[in-house]
Design a protein around this ligand. Structure first.
Ligand code: SF4
Length: 312
């Protein structure tokens, strides 16, 4: 099926957000509408590197048919170890119009995607909202997932109310020392905590359909880093004491040293499997029951998507 939608990105309210951009905690205050670039180096135009059916998310997201991932280019975090650095740091991708973005959403649905999975969307929120409005008016009816690095301005998350069904925020660091060192992101934990609290207030407890596919809720993802077991435990303490069993936590062991990891010898290696096991045991010990864990052998460059502009 070929979809054709028409729209101009002319919502004056949303355009204003890009004229003095503070969409994320960087608060660069650049005028993206006139070509100025901030930390994320995203312009006014949406850029995408790939749209695909993704099978390697949590089972309740990928199911058998796959999650309809849309990989946005550029990033407001740019971790030194980023596995997607080709698109996040280097900005690889193709500019698409709001109309085309809405068509991509509809095409993903037509392909059988179980959801629309917006990957690293923070710096394009106004444009995504416009595209979602258009796509929904043309029949988009699968859950919308906001798959974020967690470094969010809570006011930006507030404008997403009603557009997002499932939030998938990372919670990468508890101690800002590591957030600054590996992501140049001061106040990472505070920003992520506020954002996740707002996300939960919007979508509430997790809800699944009869096939076990997530329809509403929050899954907090934590990628364990080499040597930071104590920081990971702090994150589990926070999640459990704040949300109890109302959200899921996904503990990831897939860290693969990539990009600029070689400049940081302490993270230029895979994680110790004993540390991952210790983290799982800690989660159980403090009473976490809603938790996804990964099998061993997930640390591999072969899991990095091939960013080839497919379906863009
Ligand atoms: S979205 Fe980009 S330009 Fe806007 S505040 Fe964040 S990093 Fe800066």
């Amino acid at each position: 099926m070929i979809y054709k939608t028409t729209a101009k990105f002319n919502n004056p309210c949303f355009l204003k957000l890009l004229e003095k951009c503070d969409l994320c905690p960087r608060k660069c205050f650049v005028n993206r509408a006139s070509g100025e670039l901030g930390f994320c180096t995203a312009s006014n135009d949406v850029k995408i590197a790939k749209a695909s059916l993704h099978h390697w998310e949590e089972p309740c997201i990928s199911g058998l048919l796959g999650s309809g991932t849309v990989f946005f280019s550029n990033c407001n975090l740019k971790c030194v170890f980023c596995q997607n650095h080709k698109i996040s740091h280097d900005g690889y991708g193709k500019i698409v119009s709001i109309s085309r973005l809405s068509e991509i959403f509809l095409e993903q649905q037509s392909r059988g995607a179980l959801n629309i999975n917006l990957v690293t969307p923070s710096h394009y929120v106004p444009q995504i909202i416009e595209a979602l409005k258009l796509a929904k008016s043309c029949g988009l009816n699968i859950p919308i997932l906001y798959n974020s690095n967690g470094y969010e301005n809570v006011d930006t998350i507030k404008i997403l109310r009603g557009f997002i069904d499932v939030y998938l925020p990372d919670l990468k660091y508890y101690n800002d020392k590591y957030a600054v060192k590996y992501s140049k992101a001061p106040n990472y934990f505070t920003c992520a905590r506020q954002a996740i609290t707002e996300m939960f207030s919007q979508v509430g407890e997790t809800k699944f359909d009869d096939d076990g596919i997530l329809q509403k809720g929050v899954i907090i993802r934590h990628l364990m880093l080499p040597g930071l077991l104590f920081d990971s435990k702090k994150i589990l303490d926070f999640v459990h004491s704040t949300f109890n069993d109302s959200v899921y936590i996904s503990l990831m062991n897939q860290y693969t040293p990539m990009h600029e990891s070689f400049k940081y010898p302490e993270i230029n290696r895979v994680i110790n499997p004993n540390h991952y096991e210790a983290l799982i045991n800690y989660a159980l010990k403090i009473g976490i029951t809603k938790c996804f864990i990964q099998e061993s052998g997930t640390s591999s460059k072969s899991y990095v998507p091939n960013f080839d502009l497919s379906n863009v």
